[in-house]
Design a protein around this ligand. Structure first.
Ligand code: GYE
Length: 380
Protein backbone atom coordinates (compact mmCIF):
# COMPACT_ATOMS: atom_id res chain seq x y z
CA UNK A 1 0.00 0.00 0.00
CA UNK A 2 2.39 2.64 1.19
CA UNK A 3 4.62 2.49 -1.85
CA UNK A 4 1.82 3.43 -4.19
CA UNK A 5 1.51 6.92 -2.84
CA UNK A 6 2.62 8.95 -5.80
CA UNK A 7 1.23 8.70 -9.29
CA UNK A 8 3.62 8.80 -12.23
CA UNK A 9 2.74 12.43 -12.86
CA UNK A 10 3.27 13.38 -9.25
CA UNK A 11 6.56 11.53 -9.10
CA UNK A 12 7.76 13.49 -12.11
CA UNK A 13 6.56 16.70 -10.51
CA UNK A 14 8.52 15.96 -7.34
CA UNK A 15 11.61 15.26 -9.38
CA UNK A 16 11.18 18.55 -11.21
CA UNK A 17 10.43 20.60 -8.14
CA UNK A 18 13.25 19.19 -6.04
CA UNK A 19 14.69 22.65 -5.44
CA UNK A 20 11.41 24.37 -4.60
CA UNK A 21 9.68 23.41 -1.41
CA UNK A 22 6.12 24.28 -2.39
CA UNK A 23 4.07 25.52 0.50
CA UNK A 24 1.15 27.13 -1.28
CA UNK A 25 -2.03 25.21 -0.47
CA UNK A 26 -3.52 26.25 -3.79
CA UNK A 27 -0.79 24.29 -5.53
CA UNK A 28 -1.19 21.24 -3.34
CA UNK A 29 -1.34 17.93 -5.11
CA UNK A 30 -2.51 14.93 -3.20
CA UNK A 31 -1.78 11.25 -3.34
CA UNK A 32 -3.15 9.03 -6.01
CA UNK A 33 -5.75 6.45 -5.17
CA UNK A 34 -4.39 2.94 -4.66
CA UNK A 35 -3.84 1.11 -7.93
CA UNK A 36 -6.80 -1.18 -7.38
CA UNK A 37 -9.27 1.70 -7.10
CA UNK A 38 -8.81 3.99 -10.07
CA UNK A 39 -12.30 5.42 -10.14
CA UNK A 40 -11.19 8.77 -11.55
CA UNK A 41 -10.00 7.26 -14.80
CA UNK A 42 -13.08 5.26 -15.67
CA UNK A 43 -15.47 7.89 -16.99
CA UNK A 44 -16.15 6.07 -20.27
CA UNK A 45 -16.66 2.73 -18.58
CA UNK A 46 -18.84 4.45 -16.01
CA UNK A 47 -21.02 5.88 -18.76
CA UNK A 48 -21.43 2.51 -20.46
CA UNK A 49 -22.40 0.76 -17.25
CA UNK A 50 -24.83 3.52 -16.25
CA UNK A 51 -27.84 1.32 -17.01
CA UNK A 52 -26.48 -1.55 -14.94
CA UNK A 53 -25.79 0.77 -12.02
CA UNK A 54 -29.30 2.15 -12.07
CA UNK A 55 -30.60 -1.39 -12.09
CA UNK A 56 -28.38 -2.32 -9.16
CA UNK A 57 -29.53 0.76 -7.27
CA UNK A 58 -33.16 0.01 -8.05
CA UNK A 59 -32.62 -3.53 -6.85
CA UNK A 60 -31.21 -2.15 -3.66
CA UNK A 61 -28.03 -4.15 -4.30
CA UNK A 62 -25.71 -1.34 -3.36
CA UNK A 63 -24.24 -1.33 0.12
CA UNK A 64 -24.82 2.09 1.62
CA UNK A 65 -21.93 3.51 3.63
CA UNK A 66 -22.11 6.81 5.53
CA UNK A 67 -18.68 8.33 6.12
CA UNK A 68 -18.45 10.99 8.85
CA UNK A 69 -15.18 12.63 7.85
CA UNK A 70 -13.28 15.08 10.08
CA UNK A 71 -12.96 17.88 7.53
CA UNK A 72 -10.58 19.07 4.85
CA UNK A 73 -7.88 20.53 7.10
CA UNK A 74 -4.83 18.92 5.54
CA UNK A 75 -3.34 17.18 2.52
CA UNK A 76 -3.53 13.94 4.49
CA UNK A 77 -7.28 14.43 4.93
CA UNK A 78 -7.78 15.17 1.23
CA UNK A 79 -5.95 11.95 0.35
CA UNK A 80 -8.03 10.03 2.89
CA UNK A 81 -11.28 11.40 1.45
CA UNK A 82 -10.14 10.54 -2.05
CA UNK A 83 -9.31 7.01 -0.93
CA UNK A 84 -12.90 6.55 0.32
CA UNK A 85 -14.49 8.16 -2.72
CA UNK A 86 -12.52 6.02 -5.15
CA UNK A 87 -13.13 2.82 -3.20
CA UNK A 88 -16.83 3.13 -2.37
CA UNK A 89 -18.10 3.66 -5.89
CA UNK A 90 -21.30 2.38 -7.44
CA UNK A 91 -19.20 0.25 -9.79
CA UNK A 92 -17.74 -1.44 -6.74
CA UNK A 93 -21.24 -1.98 -5.38
CA UNK A 94 -21.55 0.91 -2.92
CA UNK A 95 -23.43 4.09 -2.34
CA UNK A 96 -21.25 6.45 -0.32
CA UNK A 97 -22.85 9.23 1.70
CA UNK A 98 -19.98 11.53 2.56
CA UNK A 99 -20.09 14.22 5.23
CA UNK A 100 -17.36 16.81 5.91
CA UNK A 101 -17.71 17.96 9.54
CA UNK A 102 -15.35 20.93 9.25
CA UNK A 103 -13.39 19.69 12.26
CA UNK A 104 -16.42 20.01 14.55
CA UNK A 105 -17.57 17.09 16.66
CA UNK A 106 -21.18 18.34 16.80
CA UNK A 107 -21.31 18.20 12.99
CA UNK A 108 -20.05 14.62 13.06
CA UNK A 109 -22.69 13.64 15.61
CA UNK A 110 -25.38 15.24 13.39
CA UNK A 111 -24.03 13.34 10.39
CA UNK A 112 -24.12 10.02 12.26
CA UNK A 113 -27.74 10.70 13.32
CA UNK A 114 -28.66 11.48 9.74
CA UNK A 115 -26.99 8.22 8.57
CA UNK A 116 -29.09 6.37 11.16
CA UNK A 117 -32.24 8.07 9.86
CA UNK A 118 -31.35 7.11 6.31
CA UNK A 119 -30.88 3.54 7.53
CA UNK A 120 -27.46 3.09 5.94
CA UNK A 121 -25.84 -0.35 6.02
CA UNK A 122 -22.58 0.78 7.64
CA UNK A 123 -21.39 3.92 9.40
CA UNK A 124 -17.71 4.84 9.17
CA UNK A 125 -16.39 7.57 11.48
CA UNK A 126 -13.03 9.31 11.59
CA UNK A 127 -13.62 10.92 14.99
CA UNK A 128 -12.23 14.43 15.35
CA UNK A 129 -11.49 13.85 19.06
CA UNK A 130 -11.49 10.74 21.23
CA UNK A 131 -14.22 11.52 23.78
CA UNK A 132 -17.96 12.21 23.70
CA UNK A 133 -19.24 9.44 21.39
CA UNK A 134 -21.03 7.09 23.75
CA UNK A 135 -24.61 8.33 23.20
CA UNK A 136 -24.62 8.52 19.43
CA UNK A 137 -22.92 5.13 19.10
CA UNK A 138 -25.59 3.63 21.38
CA UNK A 139 -28.17 5.08 18.98
CA UNK A 140 -26.45 3.37 16.04
CA UNK A 141 -26.35 0.13 17.99
CA UNK A 142 -30.07 0.35 18.76
CA UNK A 143 -30.73 0.91 15.07
CA UNK A 144 -28.66 -2.19 14.32
CA UNK A 145 -26.14 -0.32 12.16
CA UNK A 146 -22.51 -1.43 12.51
CA UNK A 147 -19.94 1.33 13.11
CA UNK A 148 -16.35 1.14 11.86
CA UNK A 149 -13.67 3.65 12.87
CA UNK A 150 -11.10 5.06 10.51
CA UNK A 151 -7.96 7.05 11.41
CA UNK A 152 -8.46 8.35 14.96
CA UNK A 153 -9.85 6.37 17.88
CA UNK A 154 -12.62 6.80 20.45
CA UNK A 155 -12.46 6.37 24.22
CA UNK A 156 -15.54 4.35 25.13
CA UNK A 157 -16.56 2.36 28.16
CA UNK A 158 -17.81 -0.34 25.81
CA UNK A 159 -15.60 -1.14 22.82
CA UNK A 160 -18.29 -3.36 21.32
CA UNK A 161 -19.95 -0.13 20.17
CA UNK A 162 -17.71 -0.34 17.10
CA UNK A 163 -16.70 -3.32 15.01
CA UNK A 164 -13.19 -2.41 13.99
CA UNK A 165 -10.65 0.38 13.61
CA UNK A 166 -8.05 1.10 10.91
CA UNK A 167 -5.30 3.69 11.28
CA UNK A 168 -1.72 4.62 12.09
CA UNK A 169 0.25 4.00 15.26
CA UNK A 170 0.63 7.61 16.35
CA UNK A 171 2.74 7.04 19.46
CA UNK A 172 5.16 5.00 17.38
CA UNK A 173 5.22 7.73 14.74
CA UNK A 174 6.24 10.22 17.46
CA UNK A 175 8.85 7.83 18.85
CA UNK A 176 10.23 7.18 15.37
CA UNK A 177 10.60 10.89 14.78
CA UNK A 178 12.32 11.38 18.16
CA UNK A 179 14.63 8.42 17.64
CA UNK A 180 15.52 9.60 14.16
CA UNK A 181 16.54 12.98 15.57
CA UNK A 182 18.60 11.41 18.33
CA UNK A 183 20.25 9.06 15.86
CA UNK A 184 20.96 11.89 13.46
CA UNK A 185 22.63 14.04 16.14
CA UNK A 186 24.58 11.14 17.61
CA UNK A 187 25.97 9.86 14.31
CA UNK A 188 27.29 13.35 13.61
CA UNK A 189 28.90 13.61 17.03
CA UNK A 190 26.39 16.31 17.99
CA UNK A 191 24.47 14.48 20.71
CA UNK A 192 25.53 17.10 23.27
CA UNK A 193 23.96 20.01 21.38
CA UNK A 194 21.29 21.85 23.31
CA UNK A 195 17.88 21.23 21.79
CA UNK A 196 15.32 23.96 22.42
CA UNK A 197 12.18 22.67 20.87
CA UNK A 198 8.71 24.08 20.29
CA UNK A 199 5.74 21.92 19.37
CA UNK A 200 2.92 22.83 17.01
CA UNK A 201 0.37 20.27 18.09
CA UNK A 202 -2.54 18.90 16.14
CA UNK A 203 -6.18 19.26 17.19
CA UNK A 204 -6.15 18.79 20.95
CA UNK A 205 -7.81 15.53 21.96
CA UNK A 206 -7.36 13.87 18.55
CA UNK A 207 -5.58 10.51 18.65
CA UNK A 208 -2.91 11.74 16.24
CA UNK A 209 -2.16 14.69 18.53
CA UNK A 210 -2.19 12.63 21.72
CA UNK A 211 0.07 9.92 20.28
CA UNK A 212 2.57 12.17 18.55
CA UNK A 213 2.89 14.42 21.60
CA UNK A 214 3.39 11.38 23.84
CA UNK A 215 6.04 9.97 21.50
CA UNK A 216 7.92 13.28 21.59
CA UNK A 217 7.81 13.58 25.38
CA UNK A 218 9.26 10.11 25.75
CA UNK A 219 12.10 11.01 23.40
CA UNK A 220 12.68 14.44 25.01
CA UNK A 221 12.94 12.80 28.41
CA UNK A 222 15.23 10.06 27.16
CA UNK A 223 17.59 12.41 25.31
CA UNK A 224 17.42 15.49 27.56
CA UNK A 225 15.80 17.92 25.10
CA UNK A 226 14.08 21.10 26.29
CA UNK A 227 10.49 21.63 25.22
CA UNK A 228 10.00 25.39 25.46
CA UNK A 229 6.34 25.59 24.50
CA UNK A 230 3.48 23.76 22.84
CA UNK A 231 0.34 25.03 21.16
CA UNK A 232 -2.24 23.62 18.78
CA UNK A 233 -2.08 24.51 15.10
CA UNK A 234 -5.25 22.45 14.48
CA UNK A 235 -3.44 20.52 11.71
CA UNK A 236 -3.75 23.51 9.33
CA UNK A 237 -1.17 25.56 7.47
CA UNK A 238 -2.71 28.92 8.48
CA UNK A 239 -2.82 28.13 12.19
CA UNK A 240 0.61 26.48 12.04
CA UNK A 241 2.04 29.71 10.67
CA UNK A 242 0.31 31.84 13.28
CA UNK A 243 1.55 29.68 16.15
CA UNK A 244 5.10 29.67 14.78
CA UNK A 245 5.07 33.46 14.46
CA UNK A 246 4.26 33.83 18.14
CA UNK A 247 6.85 31.18 19.14
CA UNK A 248 9.56 33.03 17.18
CA UNK A 249 8.77 36.26 18.96
CA UNK A 250 8.60 34.73 22.40
CA UNK A 251 11.43 32.18 22.16
CA UNK A 252 14.26 33.51 20.00
CA UNK A 253 16.47 30.68 21.36
CA UNK A 254 14.31 27.96 19.75
CA UNK A 255 16.25 25.74 17.35
CA UNK A 256 13.79 22.98 16.53
CA UNK A 257 10.09 22.81 15.69
CA UNK A 258 8.11 19.60 15.97
CA UNK A 259 5.06 19.97 13.72
CA UNK A 260 2.38 17.34 14.19
CA UNK A 261 1.55 17.36 10.46
CA UNK A 262 3.03 18.62 7.19
CA UNK A 263 0.53 21.43 6.68
CA UNK A 264 1.56 22.94 10.01
CA UNK A 265 5.17 22.53 8.87
CA UNK A 266 4.41 24.45 5.65
CA UNK A 267 3.02 27.28 7.80
CA UNK A 268 6.00 27.14 10.17
CA UNK A 269 8.44 27.28 7.25
CA UNK A 270 6.74 30.43 5.96
CA UNK A 271 6.85 32.03 9.41
CA UNK A 272 10.55 31.20 9.89
CA UNK A 273 11.47 32.67 6.51
CA UNK A 274 9.38 35.79 7.04
CA UNK A 275 11.06 36.32 10.42
CA UNK A 276 14.42 36.33 8.64
CA UNK A 277 15.61 33.10 10.30
CA UNK A 278 17.21 30.24 8.42
CA UNK A 279 15.93 26.67 8.21
CA UNK A 280 18.51 23.91 8.48
CA UNK A 281 20.32 21.47 10.68
CA UNK A 282 23.13 23.82 11.79
CA UNK A 283 21.27 24.64 14.97
CA UNK A 284 24.43 25.63 16.84
CA UNK A 285 24.72 28.55 14.46
CA UNK A 286 21.12 29.74 14.68
CA UNK A 287 19.38 27.56 12.11
CA UNK A 288 15.99 26.05 12.92
CA UNK A 289 15.31 22.40 12.21
CA UNK A 290 11.79 21.35 11.17
CA UNK A 291 10.39 17.83 11.61
CA UNK A 292 6.93 16.66 10.73
CA UNK A 293 4.37 13.90 10.01
CA UNK A 294 2.34 12.54 7.07
CA UNK A 295 4.46 12.62 3.88
CA UNK A 296 1.50 12.10 1.59
CA UNK A 297 2.27 14.39 -1.31
CA UNK A 298 4.68 16.14 -3.58
CA UNK A 299 4.71 19.34 -1.51
CA UNK A 300 5.89 17.58 1.62
CA UNK A 301 8.42 15.34 -0.13
CA UNK A 302 9.92 18.27 -2.00
CA UNK A 303 10.42 20.03 1.35
CA UNK A 304 12.36 16.97 2.50
CA UNK A 305 14.37 16.90 -0.72
CA UNK A 306 15.23 20.58 -0.14
CA UNK A 307 16.23 20.00 3.48
CA UNK A 308 13.50 22.33 4.72
CA UNK A 309 11.89 19.46 6.58
CA UNK A 310 14.59 17.22 8.06
CA UNK A 311 12.42 14.17 8.52
CA UNK A 312 8.80 13.14 8.13
CA UNK A 313 7.32 10.21 10.04
CA UNK A 314 4.98 8.78 7.45
CA UNK A 315 1.25 8.46 8.09
CA UNK A 316 -0.68 6.41 5.56
CA UNK A 317 -4.10 7.91 4.62
CA UNK A 318 -5.27 5.25 2.17
CA UNK A 319 -7.85 3.62 4.42
CA UNK A 320 -10.64 3.12 1.88
CA UNK A 321 -9.57 -0.35 0.69
CA UNK A 322 -8.95 -1.50 4.28
CA UNK A 323 -12.39 -0.42 5.39
CA UNK A 324 -13.87 -2.08 2.33
CA UNK A 325 -12.15 -5.36 3.27
CA UNK A 326 -13.72 -5.12 6.72
CA UNK A 327 -17.18 -4.49 5.24
CA UNK A 328 -16.79 -7.41 2.84
CA UNK A 329 -15.82 -9.71 5.70
CA UNK A 330 -18.87 -8.61 7.65
CA UNK A 331 -21.07 -9.13 4.61
CA UNK A 332 -19.85 -12.73 4.62
CA UNK A 333 -20.65 -13.06 8.30
CA UNK A 334 -16.98 -13.08 9.30
CA UNK A 335 -15.55 -11.12 12.23
CA UNK A 336 -12.82 -8.65 11.22
CA UNK A 337 -9.77 -7.92 13.39
CA UNK A 338 -10.59 -5.23 15.87
CA UNK A 339 -7.46 -3.15 15.12
CA UNK A 340 -5.57 -2.79 11.85
CA UNK A 341 -2.41 -0.70 11.87
CA UNK A 342 -1.40 0.47 8.41
CA UNK A 343 2.27 0.22 7.34
CA UNK A 344 4.32 3.34 7.93
CA UNK A 345 7.95 4.36 7.53
CA UNK A 346 10.03 7.47 7.54
CA UNK A 347 11.27 10.02 4.97
CA UNK A 348 14.52 11.97 5.18
CA UNK A 349 17.19 13.23 2.83
CA UNK A 350 20.03 12.45 5.20
CA UNK A 351 22.21 9.37 4.76
CA UNK A 352 22.26 8.68 8.45
CA UNK A 353 20.63 5.29 8.75
CA UNK A 354 18.41 3.08 6.65
CA UNK A 355 16.24 1.94 9.51
CA UNK A 356 15.39 2.63 13.11
CA UNK A 357 14.40 0.08 15.75
CA UNK A 358 11.78 0.87 18.37
CA UNK A 359 10.71 -1.75 20.91
CA UNK A 360 12.06 -4.46 18.67
CA UNK A 361 10.24 -3.28 15.50
CA UNK A 362 12.31 -1.92 12.68
CA UNK A 363 11.19 1.09 10.61
CA UNK A 364 12.50 1.74 7.14
CA UNK A 365 13.89 5.22 6.51
CA UNK A 366 13.47 6.20 2.89
CA UNK A 367 15.74 8.83 1.43
CA UNK A 368 13.81 11.25 -0.75
CA UNK A 369 15.78 11.11 -3.99
CA UNK A 370 15.01 10.31 -7.64
CA UNK A 371 15.42 6.57 -6.95
CA UNK A 372 12.66 6.67 -4.36
CA UNK A 373 10.42 8.37 -6.86
CA UNK A 374 11.19 5.77 -9.53
CA UNK A 375 10.41 3.09 -6.98
CA UNK A 376 7.01 4.72 -6.40
CA UNK A 377 6.49 4.92 -10.13
CA UNK A 378 7.18 1.20 -10.58
CA UNK A 379 4.67 0.32 -7.92
CA UNK A 380 1.81 1.97 -9.83
O1 GYE B 1 -1.78 13.49 10.33
C1 GYE B 1 -3.26 15.26 9.81
C2 GYE B 1 -4.73 15.29 9.73
O2 GYE B 1 -5.59 12.00 12.09
C3 GYE B 1 -3.71 11.02 11.07
O3 GYE B 1 -5.15 14.41 10.76
C4 GYE B 1 -4.70 12.10 11.02
C5 GYE B 1 -4.12 13.50 11.02
C6 GYE B 1 -3.07 13.79 9.96
O4 GYE B 1 -5.30 16.48 9.68
O5 GYE B 1 -2.64 15.79 8.69
Amino acid sequence: MKKRFLSVALAAAVAMSATACTSNPAESKTTAAPAETKAEETTAAEASSEGEKKEAAADGDLITVGYAQVGAESDWRTANTESFKSTFTEENGYKLIFDDAQQKQENQIKAIRSFIQQDVDYIVVAPVVETGWETVLEEAKEAGIPVILSDRQMQLSDDSLYEAWVGGNFVKEGETCGDWLADYLEKQGRADEEINMVTIQGTIGATAQIGRTRGLYQAAKAYGWNILAEESGDFTQAKGKEVMQSFLEEYPELNMVYCENDNEAFGAIEAIKEAGRTIGTDIRNGEIMVVSFDGVDVDALSCVADGEISCIAECNPLHGPWIEKIIQMMEQGRVPSKYTYVDEGMYSNEDIASSITINGSSYLIRKVNPELLVEHENMQ
